[in-house]
Design a protein around this ligand. Structure first.
Ligand code: ZN
Length: 157
């Protein structure tokens, strides 16, 4: 399942990314006149992505699949997506994708990241992942637990 998240839903995109879903953020450029609704639909068809949008003027007929997100609030938005697609929280998928470019991360040996991450991180963390595309290094750290708790709270709505 692949998503294309429309502008105005930046935080939802972030969280779906953190949770390991294949999702791209569609940044509209309303003033340049280039990236608009048509491009959104076109990209969704080309890449077989489900559109998540707040825009009620989008045509349901043209899109492959379009889900109109009802709420302005992140927890409800996330809950709607999970409910609509019957998604289950998969701990192993959390932080499995790069939050910048959506590429699947690969595990890297701890020794290879020495000097590339802050010293205290290197000393305290055992597991590291790398984005093979943009070379960003990830580690689970303490925020991993926070993310898990946060998600559980949100989905219990
Ligand atoms: Zn990346």
């Amino acid at each position: 399942m692949k998503f294309l998240v429309d502008f105005m839903l930046g935080r939802l995109h972030c969280w779906l990314c953190i949770l390991g879903y294949d999702c791209l953020y569609f940044k509209r450029e309303p003033f340049s006149g280039f990236k608009g609704k048509k491009d959104l639909i076109y990209q969704s068809l080309k890449e077989s992505r489900i559109i998540l949008s707040r825009d009620t003027t989008l045509s349901r007929k043209k899109a492959l699949k379009l889900v109109l997100i009802k709420s302005d609030f992140l927890p409800e938005q996330l809950a709607q997506v999970f409910k609509t697609f019957d998604l289950k929280l998969d701990k192993n998928k959390i932080f499995s994708r790069c939050t910048i470019c959506n590429t699947l991360l690969i595990r890297v040996d701890r020794l290879k990241v020495e000097g590339k991450v802050p010293a205290y991180v290197y000393q305290t963390q055992k597991e590291f992942s790398l984005c093979p595309f943009c070379r960003k290094i990830y580690w689970k750290g303490t925020h991993w637990k926070l993310v898990e708790e946060e998600i559980k709270k949100m989905l219990s709505l």
